[in-house]
Design a binder for this molecule. Structure first.
Ligand SMILES: *Cc1c(COP(=O)(O)O)cnc(C)c1O
Length: 228
C-alpha cells in the first residue's frame, strides 16, 4: 500500500517515455488503474496520489468498492467479460464498459442506461491474433458491429479494446497491437467518430503505446501482484 504513489509515478513515467519514443504527445495515452482484487483503501491511496480512472473485472467486488468510495469523484471502467445478467448494474453504475463483443449486450446496455446520466462509454472488444481468451468479436466483424453500436441512443462508442496474450516468445511483440490500430483506422475511414484504443497492461504497455493505444490498463505495476 505504501508503494502505490511511487508505483503510479513510475508507470506514468513509462507512459510518457513510450509516448515520446513513438513521437506522440506525452499525454496521448492515459492510465486506467486496474484495482481488481485490491481493496477500497488501495483505491483511496491511488486517488490521493492523483489517479482518477479505475478498472474492475468482477461486478460484485466493484459494487462493494464503489459503495465504500462514494465520497470520491472516481471514474469507473468495467473491463471484465460482460454477461447479460450484469448489464443493468453496469449501465447504472459504470462510466465505461470496455468488453462489448456482441450486439445483444450493447442493446441491453443502451436500453438500461439511466436517462439522467451521460451516455455510457463503450469499447468493442476484438479478438486480435494471439488473443489469450476466446473473447472478443472477430476482426472481420468489427466494422459492422461498431457501426450498429454507434447508433444506439444511450451509448457512446469510443473505440476498440483487446487483451493480447503475453508476447513472451513472440518475434513481433507489436503485431497484435498493430492489427488493432489498423482496425481502428478502418472505423475512422468509415466515418465513425472513435477516439479510443484500450490496450496494453503492466508488461506490454510500451508495445501498445507504440501502436497508438490511448488507454493502458495497468494493475500489477501499481498495486503489486494479485493473490488469488
Ligand atoms: C487484470 C487486467 C489488466 C491488468 O493487468 P496487469 O498485468 O496486472 O497490469 C488489464 N486488462 C484487463 C482486461 C485485465 O483483466
Amino acid at each position: 500500500m505504501a508503494n502505490i504513489p511511487y508505483n503510479l509515478a513510475r508507470v506514468q513515467a513509462r507512459i510518457e517515455a513510450a509516448c515520446k519514443a513513438a513521437g506522440r504527445p506525452e499525454n496521448a495515452a492515459r492510465l486506467l488503474a486496474v484495482s481488481k482484487t485490491f481493496d477500497a483503501e488501495a483505491v483511496r491511496v491511488a486517488h490521493a496520489a492523483g489517479q482518477f480512472g479505475f478498472g474492475e473485472n468482477y461486478l460484485q467486488e466493484a459494487l462493494d468498492k464503489q459503495a465504500a468510495l462514494a465520497d470520491l469523484p472516481l471514474e469507473w471502467h468495467f473491463i471484465g467479460p460482460v454477461q447479460s445478467n450484469k448489464t443493468r448494474s453496469l449501465a447504472e453504475r459504470f462510466d465505461w464498459v470496455h468488453g462489448v463483443e456482441r450486439l445483444k449486450i450493447a442493446q441491453r446496455l443502451s436500453d438500461q442506461r439511466p436517462e439522467g446520466r451521460a451516455p455510457l462509454n463503450v469499447c468493442v472488444q476484438v479478438n486480435v491474433s494471439g488473443e489469450a481468451s476466446k473473447s472478443g468479436c472477430a476482426p472481420a466483424e468489427v466494422l459492422e458491429l461498431c457501426a450498429t453500436v454507434a447508433r444506439l441512443p444511450r451509448l457512446r462508442l469510443r473505440g476498440l479494446m483487446a487483451i493480447p496474450a503475453p508476447a513472451v516468445a513472440a518475434t513481433d511483440r507489436r503485431a497484435p497491437f498493430r492489427q488493432l490500430r489498423e482496425l481502428f483506422g478502418e472505423l475512422r475511414r468509415a466515418g465513425l467518430e472513435v477516439d479510443t484504443i484500450s490496450a496494453g497492461m503492466s508488461d506490454d504497455l510500451e508495445d501498445a503505446i507504440a501502436e497508438g493505444a490511448t488507454i493502458v490498463r495497468v494493475g500489477t505495476s501499481i498495486f503489486g501482484k494479485r493473490t488469488p
